[in-house]
Unconditional design. Structure first.
Length: 117
C-alpha cells in the first residue's frame, strides 16, 4: 500500500491521537488551508487502502488508524527491498554503505540483530 505525502500527514495525526478523531479535529491539527472536502477525500482514500477505518455515529464520522506506524514502516521497507534490491538484504546493505563502511559499533549492532533472528 502506497500512501501519498498528504495522506501521510493525516496518518501521522491518526497515529498520534491513539484512538478516534473527527475530520474537524484533523483539520485543526493540520493547521493549514485545506478544504474540509479535501481532508475527507484523503480519509476515504486511506480507508480504501485499509490504512484507516471510519465509524459512523449519527452525522459524525470517527476516524482511526487501522494499521500501526510500525506495521506501515515494515511493509514499506519490505516492499522497497523487494522492488529495488530484488529481495536481497545483502544488496540493500551494500547499497546503503556504498560510499563507506559502517563504523565498528554499528556493524556489531547489525551482527547482533542478525544473530538474534
Amino acid at each position: 500500500m502506497k500512501i501519498s505525502d498528504s495522506e501521510m500527514e493525516i496518518m501521522k495525526i491518526l497515529w498520534s491521537c491513539g484512538g478516534e478523531i473527527t475530520s474537524p479535529e484533523i483539520a485543526a491539527r493540520l493547521n493549514d488551508s485545506r478544504k474540509p472536502t479535501t481532508i475527507l477525500t484523503f480519509l476515504k482514500r486511506l480507508e480504501d487502502k485499509g490504512a484507516a477505518s471510519i465509524r459512523r455515529e449519527g452525522k459524525i464520522n470517527y476516524y482511526s488508524a487501522r494499521i500501526s506506524k510500525d506495521e506501515y514502516l515494515h511493509e514499506q521497507t519490505e516492499e522497497f527491498v523487494n522492488e529495488i534490491h530484488n529481495g536481497s538484504v545483502k544488496n540493500f546493505l551494500a547499497a546503503l554503505y556504498a560510499d563507506g563502511k559502517p563504523d565498528k559499533q554499528e556493524l556489531n549492532k547489525i551482527k547482533e540483530w542478525f544473530e538474534s533472528l
